[in-house]
Design a protein around this ligand. Structure first.
Ligand SMILES: *[C@@H]1O[C@H](CO)[C@@H](O)[C@H](O)[C@H]1NC(C)=O
Ligand SMILES: *[C@@H]1O[C@H](CO)[C@@H](O)[C@H](O)[C@H]1NC(C)=O
Ligand SMILES: *[C@@H]1O[C@H](CO)[C@@H](O)[C@H](O)[C@H]1NC(C)=O
Ligand SMILES: *[C@@H]1O[C@H](CO)[C@@H](O)[C@H](O)[C@H]1NC(C)=O
Length: 477
């Protein structure tokens, strides 16, 4: 559903509403609910694309979005299922699209078009990544289901027993829920060595840390490590033997790819993991991330670093304070002002939106629920984000980004303009270019919303965008 095919997607990627409602001044409770569920869409949605690694833009993000869209649109009770081919075909109202199809709206005809997506590329990418067979069993949390799937995975590759015996053995393993040591013996008989996640991580860190490893080996080690540190416990275990610091130091490697993949691991390790976030700040991760962001040339590296930065700052007001002190906003500003960095600009703006709303949420929450820890609120009070944004010209930068052609970019920018409204109102009012852009977009989305309505969708995506444009225009009068 991305515009990769010269078309644009029809449904928003993630929660299109929060910003719009935000500056329409939604009731407080509603605001809280929305923030709780939908804040940090950037980090979350970005994680998907990073996970795919080999070609984030083209593989898994798209995949997930497509699935979501297909699920939304598919209601087997009322819809006739459409069978796409490899050519674009028009979709009639009432047609359901099977999961995994590619949908676009043809702007000339207003018709929605569907085709099968090309998944070979994705598969090949994934194939290249699977190295050998490895049983991933976490000794702390294994369940019969884990064992079953681990066994099944092994069997797939090994192909040395008849399936009947497999089933019998699986059933047996499932029935007998025995200590891991005994199970290990079983696996040893099958010639499989079980490593715990911890052992695997130690091995990977040693590989990465060893001067004997080649660049490829180091990158492969980081790539594998990223998979493990998605689990909160694993990421915390990484602290226990100094592994996190080794990865953080990788950020000042002289080898650009190592910096990139170190950031890749860190982004996953920081995500919603306060213990790791705290250690990372102490380990100097923030400075290093900012330095890489300010100096690194490659777009893919910048994306990963930006993601790691976002994961580090989320829900961590102390890190946000440090970020402001270290001149983080200036680094981000140079980033969005570079040519050809529009993709990053939207991500940066989304990050700022997340931070602004997170602080707002913390304040609202403290007001509503008296029991909220005052220290946390104190921490947030010391994050002087909005004044910093205003001083450094972010009102104008954000307003200019509204000229981007993609709908989802505009959606993010509109959300952010809404969140910055209280701070930036005067600047916005003086910005005649912003007024012009808004008036043009208003006309554009009126037309698109009308088409949407014809298509049987009231209160659709464009209708929402139009609503937020109208509110902004009203506010700026
Ligand atoms: C590197 O390899 C050499 C020879 O294979 C070995 O003697 C040395 O201990 C290794 N160094 C490290 C840090 O692993
Ligand atoms: C990484 O390597 C350095 C020097 O080779 C060593 O001092 C350090 O203990 C290693 N760190 C880990 C976590 O293995
Ligand atoms: C990165 O910096 C840390 C301290 O800031 C240092 O210990 C480490 O050796 C550096 N690593 C590289 C590869 O330069
Ligand atoms: C915005 O532009 C419209 C049309 O160009 C104009 O009528 C309106 O007065 C402008 N509003 C402001 C606040 O400048």
């Amino acid at each position: 559903m991305r515009r990769a095919m010269g078309a644009w997607r029809h449904r928003p990627l993630t929660m299109p509403h929060q910003g719009l409602l935000l500056f329409r001044m939604a009731p407080l409770g509603m605001l809280l609910g929305m923030l709780m569920t939908s804040c940090f869409t950037f980090c979350l949605s970005h994680k998907n694309s990073e996970f795919a690694l080999t070609n984030p833009e083209e593989s898994s993000t798209k995949e997930t979005e497509r699935k979501e869209t297909a699920e939304e649109e598919l209601d087997p009770k009322v819809l006739e299922v459409f069978h796409p081919t490899h050519e674009w075909q028009a979709l009639r109202p009432g047609h359901a699209v099977p999961a995994g199809s590619h949908v676009r709206l043809n702007l000339q005809t207003g018709a929605r078009e569907v085709k099968l997506q090309d998944e070979d590329k994705l598969r090949n990418n994934l194939k290249g990544l699977k190295k050998g067979k490895r049983l991933d069993i976490n000794t702390n949390t294994y369940t019969s289901q884990d064992l079953k799937s681990a066994l099944a995975k092994f069997k797939e590759g090994a192909d040395m027993e008849s399936s009947k015996e497999d089933k019998a053995r699986q059933a047996k393993v499932k029935r007998l829920f025995r200590p891991i040591e005994e199970l290990k013996k079983d696996f040893e008989e099958l010639n499989v060595v079980i490593e715990t996640d911890m052992q695997i991580m130690v091995r990977l860190i040693n590989k990465f840390n060893s001067s004997n490893s080649s660049l490829e080996e180091k990158i492969a080690a980081l790539f594998d490590l990223e998979y493990y540190v998605h689990q909160m416990d694993n990421a915390q275990d990484l602290l226990s033997f100094g592994g996190l610091q080794v990865v953080i130091n990788g950020l000042n490697s002289t080898e650009p790819l190592l910096k990139e993949y170190a950031a890749f691991v860190l982004g996953a390790a920081f995500s919603s993991n306060p213990k790791v976030q705290v250690e990372a700040i102490e380990g100097g991760a923030l400075q290093k991330l900012l330095v890489v962001l300010a100096t690194e040339q490659s777009l893919t590296a910048k994306k990963k670093v930006l993601f790691a930065l976002c994961s580090l700052l989320r829900h961590f007001p102390y890190a946000q304070q440090q970020f402001l002190k270290l001149g983080g906003l200036q680094v981000l500003r140079s980033l969005v002002q570079e040519k050809g960095m529009e993709v990053l600009a939207v991500r940066v703006v989304t990050l700022l939106y997340d931070l602004v709303t997170e602080k707002m949420f913390a304040e609202e929450e403290a007001e509503l629920m008296r029991e909220t820890s005052p220290e946390k609120l104190q921490q947030y009070r010391q994050v002087h984000l909005l004044p910093g944004l205003q001083e450094q010209g972010w009102c104008e930068i954000t307003a200019h980004l509204l000229a981007l052609p993609e709908h989802d970019a505009r959606e993010k920018v509109l959300q952010t303009l809404g969140a910055l409204l209280a701070t930036c109102r005067d600047r916005y009012r003086q910005d005649s270019q912003l007024n012009r852009t808004l008036v043009i977009l208003q006309a554009e989305y009126q037309a698109l919303a009308a088409l949407e309505l014809q298509d049987g969708e009231d209160e659709g995506y464009f209708w929402e965008l139009l609503g937020s444009i109208n509110s902004l225009l009203k506010e700026l009068r």
